[in-house]
Design a protein. Sequence first.
Lengths: 303, 438
Amino acid sequence: MILFERFKAGLARTREATLDKLRNLLGLSRWDAAEYEQLEEILISADIGYDTTQQLLKTLMETAGANEIGANLSPGERLRLELNRLLDGDGASPHRFSAAPWVILLVGVNGSGKTTTVGKLAYYFFQQGKRSAVAAADTFRAAAIEQLEVWAGRGRARVIRQAQGADPAAVVFDAYNSVKARGEDVLIVDTAGRLQAKQNLMEELAKIRRVLNRLDASAPHEALLVLDATTGQNGLSQAAGFLRSASITGLIVTKLDGTARGGIVVPIRRQLELPIAFIGLGEAVDDLQPFDAKVYVDALLAI
Amino acid sequence: MLDELTEKFERFVRNLKGQGKLSEANVRDTVREVRRILLEADVSLPAAKSFIDAVTTKALGQQVLTSITPGQQMVKVIYDELAQFLGGASEPVRFGKSPSPILLVGLNGVGKTTTTAKLALYLRKKGRKPLMAAGDVRRPAAAEQLEILGKQLGIPVVRGESSPIKIFEKGYEFARREGLDCILVDTAGRQHIDDELMQELSELQAFVKPPETLLVVDGMTGQDAVKSAQAFSARLEITGLILTKLDGDARGGAALSVRYITGKPIKFIGVGEKTADLEAFHPDRLAGRILGMGDIVGLVEKAQSVVDAEAAEKAAKKLLKREFTLEDFKEQIIQLKKMGPLDSLLAMIPGMKGAMKGIKIDEREMKVVVAIIDSMTPQERRSPRIIDGSRRKRIARGSGTSVQQINRLLNQFEQMQKMMKRFGKRGAPPLGLPRMPF
Ligand SMILES: Nc1nc2c(ncn2[C@@H]2O[C@H](COP(=O)(O)OP(=O)(O)OP(=O)(O)O)[C@@H](O)[C@H]2O)c(=O)[nH]1
Ligand SMILES: Nc1nc2c(ncn2[C@@H]2O[C@H](COP(=O)(O)OP(=O)(O)O)[C@@H](O)[C@H]2O)c(=O)[nH]1
Ligand SMILES: [Mg+2]
Ligand SMILES: [Mg+2]
């Protein structure tokens, strides 16, 4: 399992002491107050958030005494089971490529990794024998288009662009028509980073959606929030905001090659039911992996 | 989210209200709630722990003030301590021999390039002559990004070499030739566990020897902030911090984490995508934001500096015993006026913001009340019951008001006395001041 190895390699470089403590904890057959307290710290350090952590602890403590399935498992095993249950189900659309072109919109706050992920996604589809084109709908940030061109090259995708400052919805409109005419399989839309609290900028995304909608009533077929794994509790606000304005269908969690655990996806999954489609593991074009709950949970707990 | 948290905090302060003293038990309860608030604001566990220890020690040693409730006092201790943790007033950028280098470093996508341009603009406004060096040779179009920003601002940019060290050398020559006095060096984003890239950075710093190396931190960062800040400051000499993306709804608790780990001053905050969106850092504002509260502490401070605590307490005691007279009432109004515009003041009281919704406080009406009371005899002020019809007419004439206005004031006063009596059973009113009946 490549991904797993990658995580491990990354983690090998983090402090061994905490890891030992953790392995120890998860291996115990019985937990007392001190162990639960330790677990609380682990979960909070992973950015799972205070409330969700309390919820998890409660669930674990309740099932600890109960005579039900899982009661014969160790607390560590039950924890993994519970997290697995929470995160299960990958966010890839089961109908991917059922429409032509299949349109994927990438949205997110500033600097989360959207443009990079456009390139990685295109490359991922290229490897599956699909032809991609990308729309340069970030017309705001300096050199965003030049950056996208490099990434599109790496992902073997064609770029449809206009000048800096152009209306992003117009870029998307042109891109769709051009892709349709050429019969490419996928259109990936790169958008400018924006903070979810900014109403006017969020409205711009709604407009892009409306334009796509008029071209194909089912487009965009996927709208993915690109979320930086180092994000803390604001991630929940991000997911809620982009769900409201851009009707996101799932997440891509980036920068998991660092030491951040990306635990904020747990409350996001729990409260908004948004699944994770992919994870980003580096700055190279092939550093993208489809989401796998089991692997994610292990990484979350740094096993 | 912010509103929700403010409310939570207000609820928790309300629960504390009316307790006589800062006892060990209520300090402990309070800090548990504070821990939760800090964690929800993304303050990392170790930073939160150390902060809470400091608060507990401080709070237990506190003398109980008579003018405010223990809840408010606790809030003040927490807020003061937090502002202190976050550092003193905004510190200036450090310069050495001209052209003086400034290095900007940080994780991927935190805002280094944008901040390089923002800082260059800021320094130019201060009379400096900056040069920007595009030291990110890795990210696609990173140099173009900086160059475009430089063109927009009319600030020169050097770029195009194969390594950051070479770009800096080129910049150094350029700056000397052109008489520029500082060089802002943008660097590539990296992960703190990437040994090779961290090594590159420490070599760059060793070569450049900058008096200022700023770690740029995304304001939305969670618990990982301690790890990355620790790694950066282990490999590099960090001299200051810049927190970005605070124009959204992030609570910015990472500030506490990076301060705690590096001990370095937060010098600026980024509040938008435009090059002008850089602000000097104010620890008190960020403290309020992290705690997710209105300006409760501002109120407590104002109350402490303006209201004579003992006088307020005497008035409160009288009030509770129903000895509160119109004379005392007038005094309270005058003290309230010293504290500033009434609406904003009341909005600062935890729990008041909700209660005050829709209620408009008319400062003119406050003046009218003072005028009416001034037209009364000392006897009338002490026992308003003796104010009959003809006295009312006289007072109205004397204060330039109408009998109806006198009636209304006397009614309200009586109601307030009743209310205060009820309040008395549950403890002191906020600030020892009655809620004004207009
Ligand atoms: N280590 C690492 N870096 C990444 C990853 N994904 C993106 N990055 C880096 O993060 C930074 C920001 O990435 P971009 O792709 O420009 O992000 P963006 O969301 O398009 O940014 P804006 O358009 O400026 O909002 C760049 O330095 C990328 O190289 C990842 O999975 N791991
Ligand atoms: N909203 C907001 N966006 C910012 C701020 N600072 C930088 N950005 C954006 O964050 C993204 C990444 O910034 P960039 O300077 O390229 O980051 P770098 O990779 O660290 O050099 C860009 O979209 C910037 O426009 C800020 O204070 N507020
Ligand atoms: Mg981008
Ligand atoms: Mg950059």
